[in-house]
Design a protein around this ligand. Structure first.
Ligand SMILES: [Zn+2]
Length: 120
């Protein structure tokens, strides 16, 4: 089994993948591999790709699993930009207590963002 040529896979994906929002074909320049793993002896690979649509500006993440000759791809619309995806990918998930915390804080919030975010 030859090692995966990720560039080739990305090129192929760029050819087949279209924006789920507007149907525009993805521009490879706007596509980035965020994460990739491969298991060469098994002929398996996993790739996470982030792509920005140049037409409607929506962002989509594609999860691609390659198992020998089979390729599985799942697309997910996201509001995360490329920078956000790298920033948040290793963060722990938000806990229920954090959600309750922000809920309580918002209940008391008077709408004044300037004084809330001003350095004290
Ligand atoms: Zn689009």
């Amino acid at each position: 089994m030859k090692p995966f040529d990720f560039k080739k896979v990305i090129e192929w994906l760029g050819f087949v993948l279209r924006c789920p929002i507007c149907g525009h074909k993805y521009n490879l320049d706007k596509t980035e591999v965020i994460e990739s793993e491969q298991n060469e002896p098994m002929g398996e690979a996993h790739i996470l790709i982030h792509s920005d649509c140049s037409k409607c500006k929506s962002s989509v993440m594609f999860n691609v699993d390659i198992k020998g000759p089979e390729v599985f791809s799942v697309g997910m619309v996201t509001d995360l930009t490329r920078g956000d995806s790298s920033k948040f990918k290793n963060k722990t998930p938000i806990t229920p207590n954090e959600v309750i915390g922000i809920h309580k804080a918002l209940k008391k919030f008077n709408g004044d963002f300037v004084s809330t975010f001003a350095k004290k």
